[in-house]
Design a protein. Structure first.
Lengths: 358, 402
């Protein structure tokens, strides 16, 4: 398995990156000339050839990606990886997970270390253009929320008049809070208590120094469980910023990007069509042409992606639809019991909307 | 020894066997300000210990440790291949016992009272470890292997004085064996390095880096002392360059930047890249430690050996190096201990060693907020390994100085 002779090679390469820099010019020159070969050498082919999907996750965000007791990765981010693996390789377990820190996630992606990122990454114009990434559809609409005590006293931002809010200093969170308070017209009456770090901020909230604690919702639900009595605290129904999180692939590989994009849309569409892990067999026998096309019973939707026509059937059978994934990891069936909120289907007032599969 | 005059014998201090009460009075409570300091510190200590004990006994939820014990120790290493790691542990224990026996072959008694107590405690701890019962018996067996190995080693060592070389050979073989057993291939099912996790990865990277950085460090130390200008300059440049860069940047470069330089499809394994980074880093520090030792050897030693007709390499190998290395054992072991602790940085570059797997376990919704319990457990594991290294180095020093 391990070739320790390559130790020497690696040593040489580590001390002499300059030489590698010099030689890096030639391959980049040749790729321009052979655009055709680049297109056929898509990540999709590499993944198929390798037989495993290398998926970059955070590995340490409650509800999104973590290792459970039996040593398996779980979470909503992880389920997206499993869905893509199921669609491309037919096996949701054919995934190799890489834990990536927020500092190295983009370099790891552009360096080809991972095939895709499924990790709390906010979709911004800067990342889409300058960093050179492709953002697949949002799988979790995060946003800045507010954690309050569950006594029903505080329900809107206006109720905070004369109260205190804890926040981490120097983050956009703090700016968003002041903006929203100003909009609510209570800017001067709310005391904003800032902390240099997250831990003391939550500690201060727990001790009652503040009536509210604000941060990204995905973070708040994780932190809530670490408070002395988690059930005494709830997330207020307010969203103060936009943080769309979704899977990411590298620029200039539309073949691969299309696969990740449409598998993600497929999870949403499956929920809209009412196709679940449990009823997939019945649905396959359905008369509805939309469902039949979606599951590959007729038509050739998979062909254009370079996948089997029934790729979504395999995905839903193994991983479930978006609603099931959400409930399992963040919603009613999880410890967090987080409302769907913005992460509901457009038909139910949420933001999830899949273009038609036809 | 020196001859004693009758007068000096009279002056010898009388042997006083202090009662514990007297000892306490003398060392802790006199004069009055020492008594005050003792009381204040004692109060502080009791306060902290009481609070900690109270927390550990009531508030702390320790179930996160036993329920994830396998994850902490070997991470996601496949269950059906775990026997390979047990076998490796058994081989290591046996060989460690054997080496101990061979080294201590001249000692009058192999198992002194203290060591017997130590073995007893270790056996007891093995039985208490919260894992499946068969595993506890296996661990107990490991302690038994060490003891048996020591006994056999002593008997063999007395019969065959030249056994020391074979023991070193055994360790080299074990090193190769460990790569094969952990990684598989060649008859065993391959286990990707992505699945080497937890304490296994910590110990593995640390052990390999320690083994590799030592010779490299010695070479650079000698290079820096060399009279050949190019060799000297290169050594100085390497040492100063690496020492001027934080370890984390070297690791980042290895994990993130190297793939950017390499052509598609050529990816040295991530664990290898990490080991290379750690090795390069600590060899520079080690070189400076060894250089300190080299400079502490009086010039007369080398001159005398040359006067006896030894060539320069022989002078180095037989006269200078043994003395120089002996002088800097504490510094070298200190470097090894800090290398062991530095492996935690690998968690930042995405390798799931002990700290990395701890963070993943802490994100499990069932165990949210158990930071204290998990990190205390990690600290205890690290302490065991580092203290073992420190004790071993003390023993080694003692033995070499006799």
């Amino acid at each position: 398995m391990l070739k320790w002779g390559s130790l020497l090679t690696a040593t040489a390469l580590l001390v002499a990156p300059i030489t590698s820099c010099a030689s890096a010019d030639s391959p980049s020159g040749s790729t321009d000339g052979e655009a055709g070969t680049v297109a056929t050498n898509s990540r999709l082919d590499q993944v198929k050839e390798r037989g495993t999907l290398i998926c970059g996750v955070d590995g340490g965000i409650p509800g999104f990606s973590f290792v459970n007791e039996s040593g398996e990765y779980s979470g909503i981010d992880v389920d997206v990886c499993r869905a893509v693996a199921a669609a491309v390789l037919g096996d949701p377990e054919a995934v190799e997970y890489r834990n990536l820190d927020s500092t190295e996630r983009f370099t790891a992606l552009s360096g080809g270390e991972v095939d895709m990122l499924s990790r709390n990454t906010t979709w911004t114009i800067n990342r889409d253009t300058e960093v050179g990434l492709e953002f697949a559809p949002t799988t979790f609409y995060d946003g800045q929320g507010m954690l309050v005590r569950a006594d029903g006293e505080l329900e809107t931002l206006e109720d905070f008049a004369g109260k205190a809010v804890c926040v981490e200093a120097g983050t956009t969170t703090e700016l968003n809070l002041t903006d929203n308070l100003r909009e609510a017209g209570v800017e001067d009456q709310v005391e904003v208590v800032t902390f240099q770090q997250a831990d003391p901020a939550y500690a201060a909230y727990a001790e009652g120094r503040c009536e509210g604690m604000t941060s990204d919702k995905s973070q708040l639900i994780g932190r809530r469980s670490t408070l002395p009595n988690p059930d005494d605290h709830v997330l207020m129904d307010v969203t103060m910023s936009k943080e769309p999180l979704g899977p990411v692939t590298i620029n200039n590989d539309s073949e691969w990007f299309d696969v990740v994009k449409w598998v993600t849309y497929g999870l949403i569409e499956a929920e809209e069509l009412g196709i679940e892990q449990g009823n997939i067999a019945e649905q396959q026998a359905s008369e509805d042409p939309t469902i039949r096309r979606f599951l590959g019973e007729e038509g050739n939707l998979g062909e254009g992606l370079g996948l089997d026509n029934n790729f979504m059937a395999i995905v839903v059978e193994n991983v479930g639809n978006y609603g099931e994934i959400y409930d399992r990891n963040l919603g009613a069936d999880s410890e967090f019991n987080l409302d769907r909120g913005q992460n509901d289907l457009w038909t139910r007032g949420g933001l999830l909307y899949s273009p038609p599969f036809r | 020894m020196t001859t004693l005059t009758p007068g000096s014998q009279e002056l010898a201090p009388p042997e006083i066997q202090d009662t514990p009460l007297n000892w306490i009075k003398k060392n802790l409570f006199s004069p009055w300000y020492n008594a005050l300091i003792t009381l204040i510190l004692l109060g502080l200590f009791v306060y902290v210990a009481y609070n900690f004990g109270f927390w550990a006994a009531t508030d702390a939820k320790w179930d996160v440790i036993p329920r994830n014990l396998k994850l902490f120790i070997v991470g996601r290493y496949p269950n059906e291949q775990l026997w390979r790691l047990w076998l490796l542990l058994a081989l290591t224990c046996g060989l460690a016992g054997l080496s101990w026996g061979v080294i201590a072959r001249k000692a009058a008694k192999l198992f002194s009272k203290e060591i017997l107590i130590g073995i007893g405690v270790a056996a007891f701890v093995c039985l208490l470890i919260p894992t499946a019962f068969p595993n506890r018996l296996l661990l107990l067996g490991m302690v038994g292997l060490i003891v048996a190995g020591a006994w056999v080693g002593k008997q063999l060592g007395q019969a065959q004085p030249g056994l020391g070389k074979w023991v070193s050979l055994g360790w080299s073989l074990l090193f190769v064996m460990s790569l094969w057993l952990i990684g598989g291939s060649g008859g065993l099912e391959a286990v990707s390095t992505n699945e080497w996790q937890g304490l296994l990865l910590t110990v593995f990277t640390a052990a390999i880096s320690i083994v590799l950085c030592f010779p490299i460090g010695v070479i650079f130390a000698l290079g820096r002392q060399s009279t050949l200008p190019v060799v000297r300059w290169l050594s100085i440049a390497y040492i100063e360059l690496v020492r001027g860069v934080p370890l984390i940047t070297i690791l980042f470069m290895g994990q993130v930047l190297i793939p950017l330089f390499l052509p598609e499809g050529m990816r040295p394994d991530r664990v290898i890249r990490a080991v290379v980074g750690l090795t390069l880093f600590s060899s520079a520090y080690l070189a400076e430690n060894v250089r300190g030792g080299l400079q502490s050897i009086p010039r007369g030693q080398a001159e005398a050996s040359r006067a006896l007709g030894l060539s320069t390499p022989l002078t180095l190998i037989l006269i200078v190096m043994p003395q120089a290395l002996k002088a800097v054992i504490p510094a070298i072991v200190g470097q090894f201990i800090s290398l062991f602790q530095d492996t935690t940085l690998l968690a930042i570059v995405g390798l799931v060693e002990l700290l990395g797997i701890s963070n993943s376990i802490l994100a499990n919704p069932q165990f949210l907020g158990r930071f204290m319990e998990v990190y205390l457990f990690d600290a205890a594991l690290f302490w065991i390994f580092c203290y073992t290294m420190s004790v071993a180095s003390k023993r080694l020093e003692k033995k070499l100085n006799v």
